[in-house]
Structures are given as C-alpha cells and as structure tokens.
Write a protein that binds this ligand. Structure first.
Ligand SMILES: [Zn+2]
Length: 114
C-alpha cells in the first residue's frame, strides 16, 4: 500500500490530535517522527516536526474530513440569536438550547464580537 505524507506538525500533540480524529473516521493514519520529540530544543526545529502519513487512496477522504472540521470550528465560533427567545446559541447548534426552536440556517453566520 503506497503511503503519502499528508501533513507536517510542529508538535507530537498536534499530530496525534489530527491522527486520532482521522482514525476515528476509519483512516489508516501513521504518525512518523515522534521519537525525535524528546530532543526538541537540542536539535534544529525542522527536525522535530512530526508527520502524518496516509495511504494515497485515503488522502481525499482526509481532506474532506479536515474541511468538515474546519467548518464546524468556524460555525462554533459564531453565535446565533434565537428568533423566539433571543438567547444566543453557538453557531453549530441546530436547536435553540433554551427554547428548543429549530434555528434557521439563514441566521448563521453572525460573528461573535469578542
Ligand atoms: Zn430560543
């Protein structure tokens, strides 16, 4: 099975997080370069990068998964005001947490003022 490098990460934690999400979606992830991490700080930083490898035929699915995660993250960063009770809901909620009204998708997105 031919494998390709899917992404490169600065930390093992970041690579593991991504790999875990991918594994959860049934992808055959392989994390390479972790053994270098205990030496972080003693060797040039480029060598501490951790790589995520995938079978070439799974790359497309992985990209779709990442795009989905990104969308969810962006949606969660917004808030939606319930048209009925005026409570604020995270942008990825489909129902108002307060009154249970289905939130119209057209209300999204409204950027939260942070
Ligand atoms: Zn409501």
């Amino acid at each position: 099975m031919k494998r390709v490098r899917f992404s490169v990460h600065r930390t093992v934690g970041e690579a593991r997080l991504l790999a875990g999400l991918m594994e959860g979606s049934g992808l055959s992830v392989e994390v390479r370069g972790e053994s270098l991490s205990p030496l972080a700080g003693e060797i040039p930083s480029t060598e501490t990068w951790v790589e995520v490898w995938l079978p070439s035929e799974e790359v497309e699915r992985a990209r779709e998964l990442l795009a989905e995660l990104e969308e969810n993250r962006e949606a969660a960063a917004r808030t939606v005001e319930c048209p009925r009770c005026r409570e604020e809901n995270p942008g990825n909620f489909e129902l108002c947490w307060s009154c249970g009204l289905e939130l119209p998708p057209t209300l999204r997105p409204r950027l939260r003022a942070v």
